[in-house]
Write a protein that binds this ligand. Structure first.
Ligand code: IMP
Length: 195
């Protein structure tokens, strides 16, 4: 049995990820290892933040660890909010305020192209790895749908007719940026378990 810490305090993420992992891989929570503090996220890129979180736990607690970080990159805004997606409209990390600001900044813009990017970083033994998941789409002009979280009501994935917030969690989890990155991580872990 391979045991790994998933460096997140977010229980929803934890559940989603555990449900996608094969039987031979078990997640240990931050609570299990006695880490109740917030993990620093001060890097200037999504990749940097994911790696910073995984390394922090590996170095401080000694466990093999993985961590994720996600951002929404909007082309017409120079790839903002990107690594600052959670706090786009301020430190309160208010999803509604973030969407309001995004829609205001997109007013009058014809190019509505955007993408969600997730990186899973893994510190295993002495090595570190990263796995990327990207989903392209468009920023809508108005909110549509009430499911999901974050920017879901204004993100219309490519080749879809509904925003992420108009899909069930199950539908979103089949195609999302996080699912794509997570599948790459799982494939890698499976190959390590088989070694
Ligand atoms: P985190 O790195 O997963 O905490 O994500 C940072 C921020 O990106 C969140 O606070 C949300 O605003 C946004 N975000 C991440 N994943 C999603 C998603 O699946 N849908 C909508 N917004 C997301």
């Amino acid at each position: 049995m391979m045991k790994l810490v998933f460096a997140t305090h977010n229980k929803n993420k934890w559940r989603e990820v555990q449900s996608m992992l094969p039987e031979g891989i078990k997640i240990i929570t931050l609570e299990d290892i006695g880490c109740l503090a917030e993990i620093p996220e001060t890097a200037s890129t999504i990749e940097g933040n994911a790696l910073q979180k995984a390394k922090y736990i590996k170095e401080k607690y000694g466990y093999d660890t993985f961590a994720d970080d996600t951002g929404l990159e909007v082309k017409a805004l120079g790839n903002a909010p990107g690594v600052y997606s959670a706090r786009y409209a301020g430190e309160a990390k208010d999803n509604e305020a973030n969407i309001d600001l995004l829609l205001a900044n997109m007013q009058g813009k014809e190019d509505r192209e955007a993408q969600f990017k997730t990186i899973f970083a893994l510190c295993l033994g002495e090595k570190s790895y990263s796995f990327e998941g990207i989903i392209k789409g468009q920023i809508t002009h108005h909110r549509q749908g009430t499911e999901g979280f974050g920017y879901d009501p204004v993100f219309l994935p490519e080749k879809e007719e509904r925003t992420f917030a108009q899909m069930s969690a199950q539908e979103k989890n089949q195609i999302s940026h996080r699912a794509i990155a997570l599948r790459k991580l799982v494939d890698f872990l499976n190959s390590e378990v088989e070694k």
